[in-house]
Design a protein around this ligand. Structure first.
Ligand SMILES: [Zn+2]
Length: 341
C-alpha cells in the first residue's frame, strides 16, 4: 500500500470482512476525492489464464477499435479541462452527445444545478440509450468532468491549476463511446444505458463535494419520462494507464459480485485475467457508491488506482495507451454480449 501512504490518504486497517455492515457509514466519511482503505482480505477473483479459445469471443468484442477509442480520449483532452460549468465542459457534453447520436443511441441530457462552497454550478449528465433485443437494462457509466485542482502535483505552484484528465476523466468516456460505436452494428442482448456523469471530481468528500452527477442520476432515474433503472452496471474510471491493472475493489464485491464474476469470466475468455480485479484489495469511494446505495443498481467499478499522475498536471494522453482502452473495452463488450436477453 505504498501508493496510499504517498498520496496521503486516510488509511483504515480493517480486521475482517465481517465489518462489511459498516459500508454505508464509511461511504459518508473521508478525506480526499477517492478514499482508499486497506483491507486484510486478500481475495483474488481473477486468477491467471493465458489460454484463449477464440471461438468463444463475440464478433462485437473483436470490432472494438482501439485507435478510434484513443482518438476520443485525445479529443476530450484537447477541449481543455472539463471543469463543471465551463465552456469546455459544454463542448465535451456536445461531443459525447454527437458520438452517441452517430452510434444510433437515443440521447438525453439530465441538467441540474449544484451549489458548493458558495458557488453555483450548472451541471449535466449525458445519457445514451441503445436498444437491445430485450427491454432489460444494463448501465455503463463514467465521469467526464475533470478536477479543477491538481492537488497531488509534485510542484506546489501547480496545485490550484485544473488537471488535463487524460486518464482521470477522458479514458472511461473514450471506452464507452467506442463501445457505443460497436453496438451500432452489433445489437446487444439487453438495452444499454450509457451515463456520462458531471461533477465527480469537483471538491472534497468531507464537505460533500464529490459525485454530484452520479448522486443526481441515482436519485432521479426517470429522465424525460424514461425509466433508466438498470438491473446492473459497470463504472469505468482511470482505465487508460499504459501500465494497466484494475484493483480488486471492496464495494464492487459487496454490492455487485455477480457483475465482477461476469467481467472476470469475460476477461478469462480474452486471456486478460491478469488485468482485472487484482490485489491489493482497495475500498474506493467513486460514482458506483451512489449507484449501489441510492439507486440500488449493483454496479462494479473497473479502476486502476496505481497511477502516479493522479490529480497532477501530468495526467496527459502519453501516459495512456490504445491497448489499455482496448483491453477494458473488449472485456466489457464480451461481458455485455454474453448476457441472456
Ligand atoms: Zn479524480
Amino acid at each position: 500500500m505504498k501508493e496510499v501512504g504517498k498520496r496521503k490518504f486516510k488509511v483504515q486497517q480493517k480486521s475482517s470482512i465481517g465489518s462489511i455492515a459498516n459500508a454505508r457509514l464509511y461511504s459518508f466519511i473521508g478525506v480526499l476525492g477517492i478514499i482508499v482503505f486497506a483491507v486484510s482480505w486478500r481475495g483474488c477473483i481473477g486468477g491467471v489464464s493465458f489460454s484463449v479459445d477464440e471461438t468463444n469471443i463475440n464478433p462485437a468484442t473483436l470490432a472494438f477499435n482501439s485507435e478510434r477509442a484513443f482518438d476520443f480520449l485525445v479529443k476530450q483532452v484537447e477541449f481543455g479541462p472539463r471543469v463543471p460549468g465551463t465552456e469546455e465542459s459544454v463542448k465535451t457534453q456536445n461531443f459525447i452527445a454527437q458520438k452517441l447520436q452517430e452510434a444510433g443511441a437515443k440521447v438525453l441530457r439530465q441538467k441540474f444545478s449544484v451549489t458548493y462552497r458558495g458557488k453555483t454550478y450548472q451541471m449535466a449528465n449525458v445519457i445514451g440509450i441503445v436498444k437491445g433485443k430485450s427491454e432489460r437494462k444494463v448501465l455503463l457509466c463514467a465521469h467526464y468532468d475533470t478536477r479543477p485542482v491538481a492537488d497531488q502535483d509534485p510542484n506546489p505552484e501547480n496545485r490550484n491549476k485544473p488537471i488535463p484528465g487524460a486518464n482521470d476523466g477522458a479514458s472511461g468516456v473514450a471506452v464507452l463511446l467506442e463501445i457505443a460505436q460497436v453496438l451500432k452494428t452489433h445489437q446487444p442482448p439487453r438495452t444499454v444505458v450509457f451515463a456520462f456523469f458531471d461533477g465527480e471530481d469537483l471538491g472534497d468528500i468531507e464537505d460533500g463535494g464529490m459525485f454530484f452527477g452520479s448522486k443526481h442520476f441515482a436519485r432521479n432515474l426517470t429522465v424525460d419520462g424514461i425509466n433508466l433503472k438498470a438491473e446492473m452496471g459497470v463504472l469505468l474510471d482511470m482505465v487508460g494507464d499504459r501500465d494497466f491493472k484494475s484493483n480488486d475493489e471492496w464495494y464492487s464485491r459487496f454490492y455487485a459480485l455477480q457483475v465482477v464474476s461476469g467481467l472476470v469470466q469475460a476477461a478469462q475468455k480474452l486471456g486478460y485475467s491478469r488485468y482485472f480485479f487484482q490485489p491489493p484489495t482497495l475500498t474506493i469511494l467513486d460514482d458506483h457508491v451512489p449507484l449501489n446505495e441510492i439507486a440500488g443498481i449493483p454496479t462494479a467499478n473497473i479502476i486502476d488506482f496505481d497511477y502516479p499522475y493522479w490529480h497532477t498536471l501530468q495526467d496527459t494522453p502519453d501516459k495512456c495507451s490504445p491497448q489499455t482502452l482496448s483491453i477494458v473495452g473488449k472485456t466489457v463488450l464480451q461481458w455485455l454480449m454474453s448476457q441472456q436477453r
